[in-house]
Design a protein. Structure first.
Length: 338
């Protein structure tokens, strides 16, 4: 093992034999070579352990840790992070792939920007490696509506230490919780380059959980716990908590109309604490989602509601990123000219 690795890569694996070779090889193919790779085998019952052992014998930068019992992802991440010797940390899944310049460009970005966390764009690939689409991540100001950071990132060791690692009770949403807590304490930088490949397949953990933004959140019990922590930290009102966690979709706009001042004030509490190379705002995302809701909702659209929106929240209708034609159609729908 080299004496002073600058970057530590944590690679948890559980029954990942199908893609583990590709994941490890993508680490070893990096243009930046001063790293260590810590593989955490979480009691795999397939050949993952043997695959990892093969590479550990070939490259002294690789350390293999075999958990004595199945710990699940967040606990395995914490084990790997606590063993890390590097000044900068990151982790990847056993089915994903780093592009060759990921470490080099990410390290340059975090040093240049003076940020604590850098994240970048990535390809979403299918099981066979074929490109499905290119995914642009961010901004962090929108993370309260879904995980906008994604799968490709690097952060300073102090980020992990100050946040006390990943919450081991939040398996499947541990990363969303980690980024929400980080957003309140650290500076983010969005590296607008595509440096990673994120694989989706039927047996992947991500295929069973929400990874990207959509209309508010798929609120299961664990996500509710995540938001309760955020709400407590920001002293959110009960109305805002209820809006994010419990309002049925068919009541989204009517609830917002009744409590918009409190909801917007609380969202701004989050927004002012976010530090990133972006002028995007949390409130802008809320207005966009409300606009999308109006386009698909069963909420009664009439001239009184139109006037209320126009007088109080015109950004629901008007933004330089909106199609003028779609805006015109949306306005007509309030007057039964659909």
């Amino acid at each position: 093992m080299q004496n002073d690795p600058i970057i530590s890569i944590i690679l948890p694996v559980f029954n990942g034999e199908k893609f583990l070779d590709d994941a490890i090889q993508s680490c070893l193919a990096q243009s930046f070579e001063s790293f260590e790779l810590i593989i955490i085998n979480d009691c795999s019952t397939d050949s993952s352990k043997e695959i990892a052992e093969k590479y550990a014998r070939l490259d002294t930068r690789i350390t293999l840790i075999n958990n004595s019992s199945n710990q699940k992802l967040p606990a395995s991440l914490n084990i790997g992070h606590k063993l890390a010797k590097g000044d900068f940390l990151l982790w990847s899944s056993d089915d994903n792939i780093f592009k060759p310049f990921f470490l080099e460009k990410s390290l340059l970005a975090i040093n240049y920007s003076k940020a604590d966390i850098v994240y970048c764009n990535y390809d979403i690939i299918l099981e066979n490696g074929q490109l499905k689409r290119k995914h642009k991540t961010g901004p962090v100001a929108h993370i309260i509506f879904g995980n906008t950071i994604g799968a490709a990132f690097i952060y300073k060791k102090e980020v992990f230490k100050k946040l006390n690692g990943y919450d081991e009770e939040l398996h499947t949403v541990e990363d969303f919780d980690f980024w929400l807590r980080a957003a309140l304490n650290f500076k983010f930088f969005h590296l607008d380059e595509n440096l990673y490949k994120y694989r989706i397949h039927c047996s992947s953990l991500s295929s069973k959980t929400v990874q990207n933004e959509h209309h508010f959140l798929n609120l299961n019990e664990k996500v509710i716990k995540v938001f309760n922590k955020l709400a407590l930290n920001l002293c959110w009102s009960q109305e805002t908590i209820f809006f994010f966690m419990f309002v049925p979709k068919d009541r989204t706009f009517s609830f917002f109309k009744s409590h918009s001042q409190k909801i917007l004030a609380d969202i701004k509490k989050f927004q002012v604490q976010v530090s990133e190379n972006s002028d995007s705002q949390s409130t802008s995302k809320l207005y966009f989602l409300l606009r999308q809701h109006l386009k698909t909702t069963s909420t009664r659209l009439d001239c009184r509601l139109f006037i209320w929106i126009l007088l109080n929240h015109p950004k629901i209708f008007f933004h330089n990123s909106y199609s003028k034609n779609e805006t015109f159609k949306l306005i007509l729908s309030f007057f039964n000219f659909r």
